[in-house]
Each structure stands twice: as C-alpha cells, then as structure tokens.
Ligand binder design. Sequence first.
Ligand code: IVH
Length: 688
Amino acid sequence: MSDPTKVKDRIEQLRKLINYHNHRYYVLDSPEISDAEYDESMRELKQLEEEFPRFLTPDSPTQRVGAAPVETFGVVEHPLPLLSLGNAFSQEELRAWYTRILKLAGAQPFSFVGEHKIDGLAVALTYVNRQLTTGATRGDGFRGENITQNLRTIRSIPLSVPKESPTRFEVRGEVFLPKAGFNRLNQERVKEGQPPFANPRNAAAGSVRQLDPRMTAKRPLDIYIYMLGYAEGKATPPTHRETMEYLKSLGFKINPNNRLLTDIEEVEDFYQTWVEKKESLPYEADGIVVKIDSLERQKQLGSIGHEPRWAIAYKFPAVQGTTRLKEVGISVGRTGTLNPYAILEPVSVGGVTIKQAALHNEDDIRRKDIREGDWVYIQRAGEVIPEVVGPIKSKRTRKEKEFNLLEKIFDSTKQRPACPKCGAEVVKPESEVMYYCSNAACPAQVEQRIEHFASRGAMDIRGIGESMSVMLHKEGLVKDVADLYYLKEKKEQLLKPERMADTNVTNMLNAIKQSKDRPLARFIFALGIRHIGEEMAEILAQEFDNLDDLANTSRERLVSIPAIGPKIADSIIDFFRQEENKTIIKKLKDAKVWPKQAAAKPEELPLAGMEFVITGSLEAFARGEAKARIKALGGTTKDNVTRKTTHLVAGADPGSKLDHAQALGTKQLNEEQFLRILNKKLPNDNGS
Ligand code: IVH
C-alpha cells in the first residue's frame, strides 16, 4: 500500500477496530474475537505506523507503552481535592451516620448507591478535547503524582473518548490488582528472590509508581471508575447512578456490582450479602461504600475536613487469625510514652501479612494475661493497626513469660529501668497507665515531634514526613521544631551529596515559609502538648489570643473552661513551664511564626454582630467545632446567656441556660434550625 490517503484510512480503520475489541475485552469482559485475530490487527497497525510515522498519534492503541522511563514523577495539583471517606464499623455506626444526614439535609428519605470498597489506589484521570491528558495519584488530596505514562498502560483506561464527551472532565476511580494477578505477581517475586507484597493495595501502588512504564505494563492492573470529578462543556446527569451509566457510555469501566438502594434497610441487605460473598469476588474489598444518589443532596451536605458527609465506608467485619507472640517490643512515642507492641511470627490474615500488632499498655496486657511466647488471636479491621485480642491458653507450654515493662527496659549497667532509645530515666505520672521517657531531647521523641509539627492537621508542611524528620534530626540540622524556620540559613548543608536535590530543597523551604500563616488552633496542636488534640486546640484558640496568652495563663483560668479538666490543665501548665519549650517558643516568635486568633472578621460576614450560647449536646458536631463554625461566619460565642446574647442554641438535654434565655426573651434555635443557619451561610465546601 503506497497511496497515503489509503494508508491513513486503513490506519484509522484498524485503530477503531482495535479500540472496539479492547473495550469488549478489558472493559466489558466479553471479547468477540480470538487473541490471534486481535494480534494480527495490532501487527498490521504497528507495521503501517512504522512505515508512515507521520500518521502516528499518541492515542493510537500501539502507544500505550511508548514512553521512556522517568527519574521522578511530576506533581499534579488537583483542581478539586480528592476526598477520603469516614468509616462505619457496625450497624449502629451506619445508623448514626444516617440519622445525622437526615437531620442535616431535611427529613425526606434518601436513595443510595452501594459499591464495593476496593483495596487499591485512588487515581484521577483528566480528559481534554477527547484525549487522556493526565493521570494522577491522590497524594495528600490536594496534590498528587503525575503517573500518566503508567496509567496509559492499563488497558481498561480509555486513551480517548467519544466526540459527544464533555470538552474537559475528570473521572476518579480505584486502580487495583485482581486477586489472581496479585498471587501470580507474588509467586514470581518470590522466585526471583524479591520480597512478596503484603497486600493488593501495596502491590497496586508499587506497580503504578514504577519509574519505567514498561514495568507497570507487565502488571495485570485494572480500574473501576467510581466518580465524576468535574465536567465542562456538557450537562451531566443529576444522580450518581446515572452518572455512572453515562461514564459507562463514554467507555469507562464501571463495577457491575454497584446497586441502587432505595432505603437504609436495603443498604444493610447489600452489606450483608457481601459480608457472606466477598471471598468470591475477583478483587479484594474491605467494605462497601454507601453514597447518596442525588448529587444535589450531596452538594447540600458537603464535607467536613477531608470526608464527605454524603458517603461512608461501611467496613466488613475484622478478620481474625492466630500466631505466636515472639516478644514484646517497646517503642517511644512523640510525647515520650513507652508503648509495648507485639512482635509476631509472621502470619497472613485476610490476605495481609502481619508481623507486629498493637498491645496498648501494660495494664491491658496483664488484664488479658498475654505472655511472651503465647499463641494469640490477632485481629485486623481494614487499615487499622492489627491488634492482639488475647492468648490461646490451651496452647501454653509453661515456657511463656509474663510481661513486666520495668523488667523489660531494665538496664543492667545503669542498674535501673531506662528508655530503650536514649537510656534516660523513665517516669510514670500518678494518674496514668503509661510510662514515659523523661528526656525531652530523646531522639525518638524529637523526630516524631518534628513529623507531627509538620503533619497535615498541624502546620501542614509538605515534604516533611517521617523519613525527612529523621534525616533532619540525625544530621543535626533540626534539633527542635523551631529550627525548621532557620533551615534556610543551612541550605548549603541540605544540598550536600546524598541529602537532597536542589528543587526538593527549594520546595521544602517554600513550604516551611508558607506554614507561617497557619491559624492559631493548628499552631497549638502542632506543638504536641500532651493530651491536646485538634479539637482541644480549637477550643484553646478561641479562648486565648496568642501563644503568650496561653503560656501565661493560670490553672484556675484553664479549668474554668467547660471542656478542660484538671489533667489537660496540668499538661498545658507543665508544657509551658519547661525551659526547652520556652526556648522553642521564643525561637518561633523571633522567626515570626506567631499565629494570632483570627482578627475580628469584617462586618459583612453573615453572623457578624450575633452572639451565640450553646446548651445541651448537639448531634452533628462537638461543641468546639460548632463554636468554630459560628466564629468562622463572624459570630461570637459565650458560655452564659446575658442580655447581649442574640441566639441560644439548645441541643438535647439543655441546662438552666434555657430557662435563663426564656426569662430574657432570647431567640432560641433547635439543632436543626441552627444547622440550617450554618449551612445556608456556609461557603460551599463540597468537594465533589
Ligand atoms: S468514593 C468522596 N468509591 O477509598 C468519595 N472510594 O477512603 C471518595 N475506594 O481514596 C471516594 N472503592 O481510593 C469511593 N467505590 C468506591 C471506592 C473508593 C475504593 C477508596 C478510594 C478512596 C478511599 C477512601
């Protein structure tokens, strides 16, 4: 064939044919032709493209594995964050979610869609002008890795879509290795002397993050699309179920097990069916995902943090296994806690290899009578750290050893118990069950404090995770969290061979700089004060203007705050009394890391000028969060009703504040009315 127009026509014809059969085989699982026939068309197409390279296009089916290996993956900013999911582990938790959303979104009943929660890796695929342009991992939800070349090798991902598709759109789905492929891959790895992957999720993640796309192409990866991120240039359907049908019509692979469920009882039936049948599935699923079908109502419910309110993962029951507990190990936590954990004879539980499990604390170990050398039951629930449930006493040989923490950490040269990481003395505060390492400079503690300070709910410094924290501390570049803000003076040292690449250093220093403007609540949380979690930090940030204010406060003032008891008050006082912490705080202030309480918001905020008092308990959020939301909308909150109070929010079991408000004629809101005010006024925080 030498007439170019004829060649071009034949090439187009072959591509159409191959794409059609690809779709039948990989997406619909229903091939129409033999492998040999398919291979023959592919061979002809390749040959023509080689002879006439000017007709080669990137969306040709011959080009799935065309790209050269890369050194690192680029970063993709997600135009809309990729959310994660809240979990329900029991029928009660599912019902509690249901009651909550009914309350929040008006009482009309919902229809749901039930899907399997597949154990794989979330990806976002972007199509522009009919072509797949970007494929990215979830990353931290805001930015992921650009793994387009690798995703192109997955045959069930269309490289191009029909002309009636939206001009620009993003779909999201789960890339996974079917059980059969996972087992085959592991067998091969063992044969080649490589360690097997512990679970299909790791295997999928490892496969799509190969720097050489040819490696990815060898893995039998598959995908199910579970959501439309956004679409421009075309109207899309109003429900999730219809959206999935629509995406199917554009060539995407949708899980045929998805079901429309018209009420919560049907959701429970769907769940029960799969609890019983999940082993028969060709892929690993650790639960079901329940989604509200109406996109309008999804939008109305929005999300809280990284989790949409309109969907929940209802996890399958934990899988149990038995193995031998070889030894109890001790790790040192961020606040210095000495945490016992079980070192196990490796065992596979529900397809995951477990070598270690949580043991909580010494009292718990005694109560359950767990001894070193025991055969034990272990349990794994989804991604939660596996735990030791208890001993199998019938298997005892009398050689088992009772556990005693102080004996375990006894240092014979020092003739006393010692921190297993730094050798310092250990202490046990009176009211607590845990032992602590007394040395605030203990490397294990410092490294974890740096990691915590930089973590997402805290100062959110991208690029500083576990290994970076360890490196920065080990190399003496960061001795405490404040040193992070002085790292820019040590750029040369960071660039030393083996440490970090130039762009990574620049990115990290930029991220550190940006973290200076975090809200006060995150800053307080980031300091890692014992017993101060995110919610408590939020409450403290409302009560105090800045860190000095908090540092100089009295125990009396602290315990007068309703949410704060003596244990928390003592921990705060103790933290700010320590010299090392005083130094750190001064260094932070000098580096201009000094978040203040959000300045009084401009008058145009919707709740400006209104003063709220909350009484009784609310279902939808904790008190601290409710207050934070009022504040975010420009309102103020007080603990007691006065003439200035404009609204009293009364939850369940309201106290005497209600009588007081009635006497003063203050406007009262029940929880539903309160939520309506918040939701109407809230900026749209829906992530879909
Ligand atoms: S929906 C906002 N549907 O689970 C909705 N997720 O914990 C978020 N996953 O990152 C995702 N199967 O990787 C959805 N049918 C399914 C899923 C699914 C697995 C994963 C996904 C996500 C994680 C959330």
